[in-house]
Design a protein around this ligand. Structure first.
Ligand code: GLN
Length: 493
């Protein structure tokens, strides 16, 4: 029999429903896998084996009692440690929140538990979701389960959802939540050979998710297959009155409507994404993706997104601006760390708490954000960035008059080594393909497309029209069927 930990989310759910194995057996197998990989991968900040077993026991009891099972009944998952989980420490991978145990549950995680999922633990991430490599976590780097053949160099699992990507790729969780502000679901998915979708801004409630940049933050699933992503997104999405940006629209049955037949569909290839000096293997996988979508029946059209070159600069003004405002709440008064030097006044306490609690990347973003929002520079940077953001959105709307979905690489390279990118700008440049869709609030997903010459995964990104997650998932399915991505990390841990 296949190992339980090799099964997909759909395979687990169906096997539990049919009684081929129990949810308790599944939870036990994943709890063991999580424990066995923790020292090597550091994917989790805390593990919650008892929570996984309790959820599984409930599913087994419900099944025995003949009750209808939820969409994710019996599926244990990992939660990025950016989602507030009642009674379980939630840190955003920052010292400033160490020891914070929320008295409430985020809407998205509650929906997952309501659907029958169980919690294996809280996954490591870049501190406050700022980063692309997982090196900004206050709880240590996550190590990718992937290695270049014959080479033990520790590679980045991508970021910020790097604990999620590493855990799914290592098959120690069948699926995980991620959040994506400028690429944090898609880029780690690409680096680790898994799938992940960031839905349309507003599809998933942000209530109870630690805020980074509120006009960009979205939650989404990360899993090994497109079908698993569709199933899990259905459970995560939906209107929530507690989030004023939540969209009050029905959640479609994405999984049931999946189809890789793209006849009659048009796929746009944005010429501005063919950067000078684009990595050859990335360019090749993009060409392969184009050929696969044609084979699936789609017509491929050349499109232009003329403001693409400004997207990175725009993102790195807007995201830090919103972060500087959102992170003002960590002041040593309400929750988390408090540094109160002897005889200190309120200002000293704020300063000491924030100096000790935030990591260097978070401080950098707060300083950039405060600068671009300051009275003298607001119009020159923040207002201008908002205008350019509108132009970037308009580019997409114009392009979608000519095509249904857009195909691009997810990231400009495969995974790099931990420590390799020491200059923040180098790190930011890696977000070049993911931030435009974020700025426009569009659904976008990454699917594995193959391996580069060093044996490391590459991802392709599909960007869709607002609320057309179905179109994105369908194109993803068409690629998945042809890429035949069966490579997996060899279990060196
Ligand atoms: N890498 C990007 C950043 O550092 C995106 C992060 C994210 O999507 N959370 O801001």
């Amino acid at each position: 029999m296949t190992q339980l930990t090799d099964l997909t989310l759909a395979g687990i759910r169906d096997g539990v429903a049919k009684g081929e194995f129990t949810a308790t057996e599944v939870a036990g197998a994943f709890n063991a896998a999580v424990a066995g990989a923790q020292d090597a991968l550091n994917a989790f900040i805390v593990t919650t084996p008892e929570a996984a077993l309790a959820a599984a026991a409930k599913v087994d009891a419900d099944r025995a009692a003949g009750q209808t099972l939820g969409k994710l009944a019996g599926v244990p998952i990992g939660m990025k440690d950016l989602f507030a989980t009642k009674g379980v420490q939630t840190t955003a991978a920052s010292k400033i929140l160490e020891g914070f145990v929320p008295p409430y549950e985020s809407t998205v995680s509650q929906k997952l538990w309501d659907a029958g999922a169980g919690l294996l633990g809280k996954l490591n991430l870049d501190q406050f979701a700022m980063g692309s490599s997982n090196e900004s976590s206050a709880f240590g780097h996550v190590i990718s389960p992937w290695r270049r053949p014959g080479d033990t160099t520790a590679l980045a699992p991508g970021g910020s959802s790097g604990g999620s990507s590493a855990a799914v790729a290592a098959r120690i969780v069948p699926a995980a939540t991620g959040t994506d502000t400028g690429g944090s679901i898609r880029q780690p998915a690409a680096f680790t050979g898994i799938s992940g979708i960031k839905p349309t801004y507003g599809r998933c409630s942000r209530w109870g998710i630690v805020a980074f940049a509120s006009s960009l933050d979205q939650a989404g699933p990360m899993a090994r297959t497109v079908t698993d992503c569709a199933i899990m997104l259905e459970a995560m999405a939906g209107f929530d009155a507690k989030d004023s940006t939540s969209l009050d629209v029905p959640v479609p049955e994405w999984a049931a409507s999946l189809s890789g037949d793209l006849r009659g569909k048009k796929v746009g290839i944005p010429r501005e994404y063919r950067l000078d000096g684009l990595n050859e293997d990335v360019a090749k996988s993009w060409d392969a993706g184009i050929a696969w979508l044609k084979e699936a029946g789609a017509e491929v059209v050349d499109i232009s997104l003329p403001h693409t070159q400004y997207a990175l600069a725009t993102y790195y003004i807007i995201a830090p601006a919103e972060a500087s405002s959102n992170l003002a709440r960590y002041d040593g008064v309400r929750y988390g760390q408090r540094d109160l030097p002897n005889g200190a006044g309120l200002q000293d306490m704020y300063a000491a708490t924030r100096a000790a609690g935030f990591g260097p990347e978070v401080k950098r973003r707060i300083m950039i954000g405060t600068y671009v929002l300051s009275a003298g520079f607001y119009d020159a940077y923040y207002t201008r960035a908002q205008k350019v953001r509108a132009l970037i959105s308009r580019d997409f709307m114009a392009a979608f008059e000519q095509c249904d979905v857009i195909l691009t690489p997810t990231a400009p390279s495969a995974a790099f080594a931990l420590g390799e990118k020491s200059n923040p700008l180098d790190m930011y440049l890696g977000d070049v393909f993911s931030v435009p869709a974020s700025l426009a609030g569009l659904p976008a997903m990454s699917v594995p497309a193959g391996l580069d010459r060093n044996g490391l995964p590459l991802g392709l990104q599909i960007i869709g029209k607002p609320l057309d997650e179905q179109g994105v998932l369908n194109a993803g399915l068409a690629i998945e069927a042809r890429a035949n991505f069966v490579a997996k990390p060899n279990m060196w841990w």
